[in-house]
Design a binder for this molecule. Sequence first.
Ligand code: TRP
Length: 470
Amino acid sequence: MSVTSSGSATYSDALEGSNAKRGLWSSRFAFILAATGSAVGLGNIWKFPYVTGENGGGAFVLVYLLCIAIVGIPIMMAEVMIGRRGGRSPVNSIRLITERDRLNPAWKLVGAIGVLAGFLILSFYSVIGGWAISYVGTTASGQLAGQSAEAVGAIFSGLLSNPSTLMLWHTVFMVLVMIVVARGVRSGLERAVSILMPALFVLLLMVVGYAMTTGHFGQAAAFLFQPDFSKLTTSGVLVALGHAFFTLSLGMAVMMAYGSYLPKKISIAKTSITVSVIDTGVALLAGLAIFPIVFANGLEPGAGPGLIFQTLPLAFGQMPMGTLFGTLFFVLLIFAAWTSGISLLEPIVEWLEEQKGMNRTISTIAAGGVCWALGIASVLSLNLWADVAPLGFIPMLEGKTIFDLLDFFTANILLPLGGLLVALFAGWVMSRQAMENELSLSPTMFNLWFIIVRFVTPVAVAIVFIYNLM
Ligand code: TRP
């Protein structure tokens, strides 16, 4: 992500003490690329289809879309706005704003939640990133060509049952993330994202094209877009809300960190909407690619986290030049996961640098090392500890492995909680004048946004939490 060192003039109305040396994004486009690189990842291609399958399809998708529109976009705007207003790393941005406006410094908690969530998410994210790396080899070797659903399923179970292979690829993924973060995120990434993201999009379109030939496209579209509310549970609503935060990289102050580099003249609303629309588009395309294959092969939509690894290889095994396209697809999936992984580690490293005074390399090794070690628990959850459900005595968490619990706790609890704090901070604490200046919306649009962050988001998150506790 390129951050130029010019442009300090546009910072003239930033908070005093905010330093001009940090530089700004080279353009609105650069910010969109970086934010999209963070948002589009395993959440869109791996997680969205499987949670949709597990939660019965259409009604879940509708709730998810509503959560993106009503909660996600306004919270993204709030995060970017707070970041730009503070002009520092999340913790320091909030500290600056609270000091200047004499507010309670406890709001720094938002940054702390972000650091904790980053550790926990990256630990299992890296394991799934490892699956994607392993599938590059599986696809490139040509062993998927013409295989049956059973054979493809057996290849996947074979991977999961092998802790040492999983550890190897988990380690490779984590090291890839650490290398970029240690060297500083600002070089090369922007160019990579601007080529690789569109390429991923095109390949997804190709799989959707193949999916249309399976004869089950209509059934899949109906599954995704015809809501059947009898299939929607309260926990499904919680998962939809949590996933909206997860997929947009919200609730962890990542967008706040990125927003601190956004030049003043750029519209926060337009950029947030653009990022959210791209992110949602990729997820829906992934759904349209995967579910026709699920139905055509008599597979189970609720198969869980392995869903894309049991369906996409079937498509690549059957389409012309599938070995080539399949390999390319998994390579691009790794890149999507990589840019997201970087945005999970970066805030932790920034926090260690600022708060603990460590240098960047040491911070990266420390933070990455802890995530890597935590990831071992997720690796073992897939095989040796597959029957270990540490919190199984709680009805809602019955049968959940450590891996399932990490996913559940971060996406469905920590991120919405982080988002709730951001909403409360923007809706009740920050100066209205400052926010009007930052967002520069028409009075109607500002009021709409303000009502959402002040009332709608906090109430929605609270209701979903309370219902699920009962
Ligand atoms: N949004 C990414 C995905 O969909 C995951 C992610 C990256 C994330 N950074 C984040 C989620 C920060 C929450 C917060 O794969």
